[in-house]
Design a protein around this ligand. Structure first.
Ligand code: LRY
Length: 235
């Protein structure tokens, strides 16, 4: 059974520090490995992990598929931006390599198709295309992606921007794609996951809502300050 078959219908948990927080105390391979071990114990069928050191550390403690990526550079393409990053993620232990497949220039001048081809030719890993639009997803499947993920919806300036998960993009890709479609990006709770699976997602990735104490705490403190949940006692 390949890595994609193994995660079908399940919850994949993204174990990563917050991208825009260089001082996130969770930015530590040992810590992410412990988080990954915890989510697998809780029922995650796969994990998504950023960076060669973290992938190596996580691969040593879990035996579920690892969707690996390497975030690097000033952008606009940050998720596994070059052929070398893609191969490095696979060599570190990723069973699926997540690669930005948006239509934006890559720092090494490569295309998504070239990165996918290099992973397939030089490693045993599969390739997941992170996209923001239907057109990008369909193009990525034609270019050799083994799966597509809605990861970049709302992050590129193209396509729609939703406060919650982009279930519309998911449904359109499920209807038209020849390869499995992963739901990812702003999935926060059991209801979100169930809705994505009902919409035909191959599997659903949840990140910050499970694995970022910084993000979770900030969400709650901001909501409390904004008055969510009624008046504070004595107020
Ligand atoms: C846009 C981008 O860089 N997304 C990254 C992709 O690896 C991660 O920062 C996200 O945490 C991940 O996609 C899961 O999403 P959420 O944390 O919303 O459940």
């Amino acid at each position: 059974m390949n890595a994609l078959d193994r995660i079908r219908g399940g919850l994949v948990v993204s174990c990563q520090p917050l991208p825009d927080e260089p001082d996130d105390p969770m930015r530590d391979a040992y810590v992410q490995a412990r988080v990954a071990a915890g989510v697998v114990r809780g029922g995650a069928v796969g994990v998504r992990v950023n960076g060669v050191d973290d992938i190596v550390a996580v691969a040593a403690v879990v035996d579920v598929p690892i969707i690996g990526l390497v975030k690097d550079g000033p952008g606009p393409v940050v998720i596994t931006p070059t052929v070398a990053h893609a191969v490095a993620a696979a060599e570190a232990g990723a069973t699926v390599v997540a690669i930005d497949a948006t239509d934006r220039p890559r720092p090494d001048g490569s295309t998504f198709a070239e990165a996918a081809k290099a992973v397939h030719a030089r490693t045993s890993a599969m390739v997941m295309a992170d996209v923001a639009t239907v057109d990008e997803g369909l193009a990525a499947a034609d270019a050799g992606a083994d799966a597509i993920a809605t990861t970049l919806s709302g992050f590129t300036g193209s396509g729609s921007t939703t406060d919650g998960p982009d279930l519309d993009l998911l449904a359109q890709l499920v209807a038209r794609s020849s390869v499995p479609v992963m739901a990812e990006g702003r999935y926060r709770c059991a209801e979100d996951v169930t809705r994505a699976l009902s919409a035909g997602a191959h599997a659903v990735v949840v990140g910050n809502a499970i694995t970022s104490p910084l993000w979770i705490t900030r969400s709650i403190t901001r909501a409390v300050r904004a008055g969510a949940g009624g008046s504070a006692p004595g107020a």
